[in-house]
Design a protein around this ligand. Structure first.
Ligand code: FES
Length: 134
């Protein structure tokens, strides 16, 4: 049984879609159910998540979980975004069947993957800048 919040988020996700200017993109999947989540983050020079959006190919709980995870990271620093947990997602969504809890875990992993991608890109850029300074 799904909560009202899950149904509402599934029907009208607030953060669905791609994101122009995203500088952190994370893609994760669950091999057993086949669901795939892609999270896009736009992070500014002060390492604040200015916007977060997602594309999820998966179940109702997966879509609702990614939508909530995007809301949770907006306005946070990347460090804080890494502290967002599936428990926080779950608490907002409310009642979720036990076999669907992994959907909220996947949303947490998608955020982490997007932040990791941001750090990788940043490192690449700083190496490039260091080479040009030589
Ligand atoms: Fe696997 Fe939802 S059933 S992410």
């Amino acid at each position: 049984m799904y909560s009202k919040e899950i149904i509402e988020r599934f029907k009208n996700p607030r953060n669905a879609g791609g994101l122009k200017g995203a500088n952190g993109v994370g893609k994760v999947g669950n091999a057993s159910c086949g669901d795939i989540m892609k999270v896009y983050l736009r992070i500014d020079e002060n390492e604040i998540v200015k916007d977060a959006r997602f594309k999820t190919f998966g179940c109702c709980a997966a879509i609702a979980s990614t939508d909530v995870a995007c809301d949770l990271v907006k306005g946070k620093t990347v460090e804080e975004a890494l502290k967002v947990t599936n428990k926080q997602v779950y608490d907002i969504l409310g009642e979720m069947p036990a076999h669907k809890i992994h959907c909220s875990v996947l949303a947490e992993e998608a955020i982490h993957a997007a932040v990791e991608d941001y750090y990788k890109k940043k490192e690449k850029e700083s190496k490039k800048a260091a080479k040009q300074d030589k």
